[in-house]
Design a protein around this ligand. Structure first.
Ligand code: GUN
Length: 294
């Protein structure tokens, strides 16, 4: 069994990006600038956005954090997006999800300039991804592809089972694993809450990508010997013995599944840090595109 070490690989990627930023600075060029919009004060979202902004600072990007109250109206958020779309200093920005219920998420994602949509959530970018065109690939699926590539995991002709059809992870992952090339060329089954015989389907998988958010869902007896297991779950479980009052766990019973899997991502330290690294990579790509167009 080999651990797909997202912490290590994400640090390598950040070092690679950092070296490119140093070169940009040496040439007197503008460095990439990422903005993040956070509406409300959901604890997990605050943590994620904080990590994204801190990572920018560490690698030499400029970053801007825009915090808006949970009572923000849709039009107020759309106005902020308008400003960011038209601010030539900002190369890319994200609106952290989920948004409060008074705001229509689809409307917000559609308002983001596709050239600055470093999350890859705009329908134009999502469509380009599905058509194998060059675009921003959503950071979590992009991070999983990068882990598979850097650990040389064979995906061709394999049966990949994706658990969960969210627009952020499951749906794009199912498209990417089935596309031509490597990582890809898999035969993909996308499972969800209405899937019948899910345990039987999982038992046939060469690669399992679980993005469910249910702690300990995936047990050792459910997987094939030597399956590749990617755990995208990040659930906060209340625990008063911990300093923060909770601990983080994935969808996978790591202790037992790791004994049977060929490759496995841990939680924390697997897919999570890769998501941030790939957001930075998309922001670097956005900067390069803007520079080439200027
Ligand atoms: N919420 C959970 N994951 C993500 C992400 O990758 N991007 C944004 N914007 N919101 C999220």
């Amino acid at each position: 069994m080999e651990i797909l070490d997202g912490k290590k690989i994400s640090n390598q990627i950040k070092d690679e990006i950092s070296a490119e930023v140093s070169e940009m600075k040496a040439k007197g060029e503008k460095v990439p600038h990422l903005a993040a919009v956070l509406v409300g004060n959901d604890g997990a979202s605050l943590t994620y956005v904080g990590s994204k902004v801190r990572s920018c600072e560490r690698i030499g990007f400029e970053s801007t954090l825009i915090q808006m109250p949970s009572t923000t109206s849709e039009i107020e958020l759309l106005n902020k997006i308008y400003d960011l779309n038209n601010d030539s200093d900002i190369d890319g920005f994200i609106v952290q999800l989920p948004l409060p219920p008074q705001i229509d998420t689809q409307k917000v994602l559609m308002a983001i300039d596709p050239d600055k949509d470093v999350d890859g959530f705009h329908p134009m970018n999502f469509g380009k991804m599905a058509l194998d065109m060059s675009t921003f690939i959503p950071a979590t699926p992009f991070g999983i592809l990068e882990l598979l590539e850097r650990y040389k995991v064979d995906t061709k002709g394999k049966h990949t089972v994706v658990i969960g059809r969210s627009h952020i992870v499951g749906r794009p992952m199912s498209i990417l694993m089935g596309r031509k090339g490597w990582p890809g060329n898999s035969t993909v089954t996308l499972t969800h809450s209405h899937t019948k015989n899910i345990t039987q389907i999982i038992s046939q998988a060469d690669i399992v990508i679980s993005a469910l958010g249910v702690p300990n869902f995936l047990k050792a007896e459910m997987i094939k010997d030597d399956a590749v297991v990617i755990d995208v779950g990040i659930t906060r479980v209340p625990d008063e013995t911990k300093e923060k009052g909770y601990y983080i766990t994935g969808d996978v019973d790591f202790k037992n599944v790791s004994k049977k899997a060929s490759f496995i991502t841990p939680v924390p330290g697997g897919v999570g840090p890769m998501t941030i690294a790939m957001l930075l990579k998309n922001t670097l790509l956005a900067r390069e595109r803007h520079r080439n167009r200027a």
